[in-house]
Design a protein around this ligand. Structure first.
Ligand code: GLY
Length: 575
């Protein structure tokens, strides 16, 4: 059976499974045809940056003040986050970015995701009894993919920036050399991972000076990472992927049991890909394609919601349709998605408004659909510790960047005296068939590891382009990235400003477990009661993402920037 008929069959099966006596079909309207991308006219005349750390936001503003554009500022913010927020992202990790160039309206997805080393061995991630080895998947050099971030930064500067890479990396190098006061979040991350950090002398030397996490109020310097950044500034991508830095990285990884080679580093390539575009209520959303699963899921959810008149529904009814759309998107896509250079994916079908309309047909208007009633596919988990920043410059260039080392402080492995903390992104692969990963979720064959392959992500950097208003948006948060960004997009389209969007209370459903995870204060008592009566299990959840949003009102040329109020270290600032 080909994929098309398999998908058509799935939509039909959904419908058949859900026919119940007395059930009324939801009123699904004909899906809208996708429109061509919105023409964003005008220039704001000033700029705005929102990131998870005030030092990084200021680094972006500094580079803009030197004549850089949004893409130079992105290099400054990302490299500074590598120094001040290493628990979330860094040179040893990767990033995904969606950008829009004002001059010619070019919209592009920059894929600087990590890749599996050529010598990747599935057996490294399995215990002798056949159970998954969570330790090698999450800690130390076997858990690390070949980093994409340094190549991505060099690519952004060379292809989209105005300033030399050296100028845009200068704030990060200065911060690493002169030092900064680690914020409580970084100190907590180090304390959380201290036992693992102690396994490797270079990791302990960096993160546990004197055997303890850096003390509050004391400056902390990172001269080793400063040297590596200087090599990148001096020689571009070759400063990291070839020569002394590459030799030190490979030497440290191999001595500690990893499988990297110099060829893996030299072969790393940034990929430019066409972003996913979806139209919803007069806005054009530009978001992340595979190897992220985020954009596909967001597009599917918006396509499903386009069939319902959410604006005229009460809170219970509206939330019900959003949850059911989330459920179906998460059920659906995990089976198919992986690295597009390795896996054939039925994207036309998954992104089709008609396919979404078929899925919507199975949503009952008056009750939850138990996930057990939908045909089961496998699930994945993308990890929890990631960062996002958003920038619009004075000319209207926009960039949304989500960057990660995966788990808190990545693999906790610092590669010798390079100062580079390596990611543990290998856990984003489905390492062991049919075995859940660290978050109890499963993966599919499409996301199995292979030499040089990129692991599936849910990073969802997005642009929302309208005739009168635009937004640059994204968030960390593992699999909740997708639903948090979706809820941010819906809030923006409903007219909320940057601060309201960043503060907006959140909920999440990902098919399995069949629960709605809810932030305290999201629903009033009556709405919560209404949802429970429909069959939803509401489960409180404390940890939510770190959204950073910039909005642009084209009518007044006003920019607003907001960082998630849940985390005080962030800063959104207009210049
Ligand atoms: N490691 C988090 C993600 O890529 O989704």
């Amino acid at each position: 059976m080909n994929l098309f008929s398999r998908l058509k069959g799935t939509a039909l099966l959904l419908g058949l499974l859900l026919v119940a006596p007395g059930a009324a079909w939801a009123d699904v309207k004909a899906p809208a045809q996708p429109a061509s991308p919105t023409l964003v006219a005008g220039k704001p005349g000033h700029a705005a940056v929102a990131s998870a750390n005030f030092i990084a936001t200021h680094a972006g503003l500094e580079v803009l003040a030197k004549g850089g554009n949004a893409f130079d500022a992105a290099v400054a913010v990302a490299s500074t986050l590598s120094v001040v927020e290493p628990e979330s992202s860094g040179l040893g990790g990767g990033f995904m970015a969606v950008l829009r160039r004002a001059d010619d309206g070019k919209e592009v997805f920059i894929d600087a995701r990590e890749t599996a080393p050529a010598a990747v061995q599935a057996k490294d991630y399995v215990n002798p009894d056949g159970s998954p080895n969570r330790d090698t998947a999450l800690n130390g050099p076997l858990s690390a993919g070949i980093p994409g971030a340094p190549a991505g930064l060099a690519w952004l500067a060379e292809h989209y920036g105005r300033l030399p890479l050296k100028t845009s990396l200068a704030p990060a190098i200065r911060t690493a050399r002169e030092g900064f006061e680690p914020d409580p979040r970084l100190r907590k991350a180090i304390a959380d991972r201290a036992q693992i950090i102690r396994r490797w002398p270079a990791s302990a030397a960096k993160y546990l000076p004197g055997g303890q996490p850096p003390a509050e109020g004391r400056k902390w310097r990172d001269p080793d990472q400063a040297r590596t950044l200087e090599a990148l500034a001096e020689h571009g991508r070759d400063g990291f992927y070839r020569g002394p830095v590459a030799e030190h990285l490979v030497d440290a990884v191999r001595k500690a049991g990893g499988r990297w080679t110099l060829e893996d580093l030299a072969a790393y390539q940034v990929k430019e890909r066409a972003p996913i575009g979806v139209d919803y209520r007069g806005y054009h959303i530009v978001t992340a394609p595979p190897p992220s699963s985020g954009g596909v899921a967001i597009a599917q959810i918006l396509n499903m919601l386009a069939g319902f008149d959410l604006a005229h529904m009460d809170g219970v009814q509206r939330t019900h349709y959003v949850i059911e759309a989330m459920r179906r998107a998460f059920r659906d896509h995990n089976d198919y998605l992986g690295d597009p250079d390795f896996v054939k994916m039925p994207l036309d079908m998954l992104l089709s408004p008609y396919y979404a309309a078929g899925l919507s047909q199975s949503i009952l208007p008056d009750r939850a659909t138990p996930s057990s009633m939908l045909p089961v596919t496998s699930l994945f988990d993308p990890g929890m510790h990631t960062t996002h920043f958003s920038i619009i410059d004075k000319d209207g260039n926009m960039v949304a960047v989500t960057s990660t080392v995966n788990y808190e402080l990545g693999s906790a492995f610092v590669a010798g005296d390079t100062g580079v903390l390596l990611n543990d992104e290998m856990d984003d692969f489905a390492l062991v068939p049919d075995a859940p990963n660290v978050y109890g979720l499963l993966g599919s064959k499409a996301n199995a590891p292979a030499p040089g392959k990129r692991m599936l992500s849910s990073m969802s950097p997005s642009l929302v382009l309208g005739k009168d208003r635009c937004a640059v948006i994204g968030s960390p948060g593992g699999s909740t990235i997708i639903t948090q960004v979706l809820e941010g997009i819906l809030a923006f389209i409903d007219g909320e400003d940057a601060a309201q969007i960043a503060a907006h209370k959140r909920f999440h459903h990902q098919f399995l477990p069949d629960k709605v995870f809810v932030e305290d204060g999201t629903f009033d008592a009556a709405t919560a009661e209404g949802l429970k009566r429909m069959g939803y299990e509401l489960t409180p959840r404390e940890s939510w993402g770190f959204m950073n949003v910039v909005t642009w009102d084209l009518r007044s040329n006003r920019l607003d920037a907001a960082s998630d109020p849940r985390r005080p270290s962030g800063l959104g600032k207009v210049q």
